[in-house]
Design a protein around this ligand. Sequence first.
Ligand SMILES: Nc1ccn([C@H]2C[C@H](O)[C@@H](COP(=O)(O)O)O2)c(=O)n1
Length: 159
Amino acid sequence: MATSLLSAQRSKDPVTQVGACIVDQQKRIVAIGYNGLPRNCSDDEFPWSKLSKNSSPDSLEEKKLYVVHAEANAILNSNGGSLVGTCLYTTLFPCNECAKLIIQSGIQKVFYMSDKYAHKQIYRASRRMLDCVGVVCTRHVPAQKQILIDFDAFLQDDR
Ligand SMILES: Nc1ccn([C@H]2C[C@H](O)[C@@H](COP(=O)(O)O)O2)c(=O)n1
């Protein structure tokens, strides 16, 4: 989960940064991802905002039309290797579209930290699908509250 959180920090989403990490049965990390725009779609061109109350409902200026979710990016970053039997750690419970990818790729277990959108339709649909096919979803909040990465300590032998 710490790796997922670290990955989430790379996201440019100003509201919700999400990270995901896939590990195989030997607990080896096979892929990580975070929510971001598709390759070569730049932040200058595409919005990171949600629709405001005054926007037209068919406006193209809404991030959800473009963002690739952290879980989808992690699955895509696995470079086509089999994910059957793997576990996915994600900082936010997967949406319905990611649930479809999780199921189709053979991921067996999902560990999530936040479920802040549990009441929304797409997340309820996600849980329904994952439950139906037996992908076990477990809330996982690491007991350790912080991890300090001390870059200076790593370099002290170079001095
Ligand atoms: N499981 C999830 C859920 C959401 N995301 C992404 C999609 C957006 O970039 C952001 C949610 O934005 P909000 O509606 O909170 O402003 O998180 C994801 O990658 N994985």
